[in-house]
Ligand binder design. Sequence first.
Ligand SMILES: [Zn+2]
Length: 413
Amino acid sequence: MRTDFDRELEERLVRYTAIDTQSDDSTGIQPSTAIQLDLQRLLLDELTAIGAVDVRLTDYGAVLATIPATVENAPTIGFLAHVDTAPQFNATGVKPVVHRNYNGGAISFADAPTLTLTPEVSPYLGQKSGHDIITASGTTLLGADDKAGVSVIMTAARHLIANPDIPHGPIRIAFTPDEEIGAGVDVRLPADLGVDFAYTFDGGEVGEIEYETFSADGATVTVTGVSIHPGWAKGKLVNALHLAAKIVQTLPHATMTPETTEDREGFIHIYEMKGSAAEVVMKIILRDFERDGLTAKGELLRQVCAAVQATEPRAEITCEIRPQYRNMRYWLEKDMAPVELAHAACRDLGLEPVSIPVRGGTDGSRLTEMGVPCPNLFTGMQEIHGPLEWISVQDMAVATQLFLKIAERAAQR
Ligand SMILES: [Zn+2]
C-alpha cells in the first residue's frame, strides 16, 4: 500500500493547499483573482526545475508544459488539473493537517472544536484505516479539489522525466484557473494544448473514471416593478419582491430541486435573489443529463415567469437562459478510445473502473465540446467545498500510478 510517491504527494499537497487560490465570479477579469497566479508561478518554476519543456504561463492564466516523448508514433495526451479553489467556502489561511496512519475513528479539528469527521459522516473514510489522511484545520476548505490533481500530475511528471527509460509518447500538462466558476477553458486552450485527447484529474473515489456530466444552462430572471412612495402608492405601486416570491413559490419544491433529486434526475436551482420593491434579479441554474430534459426545464421556468407576468401586466418580467456546458457523453460515445484506455489502465492496477454520471461539470465538459475528448479521473478527494474536505495520500498515489499506466499503454498501441 505504501509507495515511493507517498511522501512527495503529501509534501506537494500540503504546500499547494496552503496557498490561497480562491476564484471569484464577480470580478469580471481573467483569471478572476490574481492570487491564483501565486501558485501558477510556483508551478512554472517547479516544472522548469524538473526538466519539463515548453513551460509557459498563458495570458489567460493557464500554465502549460510538455514532457517530451521517449518513443515515437504515440498519441499526444494531455493531463489537466485546476488550481483555483471553490468560492462557496472560506479558503483563506488553509492550514493542512496530516493525520498519519489513520486509526479508523473520529478526526477532530484544532480550529473548530465542535467539528468532527467520522466514517458515519463520510462513509468512504471507513475504508481508509492505516492511510495518511490530510484535512484542513476546521475553518477553511482544504482545496484537495483540485490541488490533489495538481500534485498527482506534478509527481507523475517528475517521475517520467527522471526515468527516460519508461516508454511514453508526448505528454502535455495544463494547470487551469477558474474551473470552479465555470471559466477554466479559454477558447485558446484546445489549440495551445495540441493533444489527441486529454484527462482531468478532478474526480473522487479510487476507480472512478467519468465520461458523463450534466448538461447545464444558467438563467437570469429580472422582475421590474413600479416604484413609488408607499404613502400614496394605492393602485400604483407594483412590488417586484412580491412577484419574485410568487415565481419562487410556483417553481417545483418537492421535486426537481438539488435537495430532492439524485442519480440521473435533473433540477432547477435558484441560488441567488437580490433586489428591492423596484427590481429583483434572480439567478438560477438548470441541470439535466439529456438535451430534452434540459430544454423542458428551461420551458418550465419560462412558463412560470409568463404566468406570474400575466397576473400583473404593469410589471416587466424577463427570463434569459444561456448555455453553460454540455454532457461530454454526446461526443465521447462516438469515440470511446480515451475512456477505454483509462479503463484498461485502471484494470492494470487491479481496480475495477466505475463510471457514474457526474452531477456537475468539469473543465473536460467544455474541452470535449470544443473537440478535445477529456474524461475525468479520480484523485481521492472527498467532502469537497467545505470544512470536512479530506483526502488519502495513498489514494493520490493510486491516481499517480493511473497516470503512468495510461501513458505507458498509449505508447503500446
Ligand atoms: Zn474540481
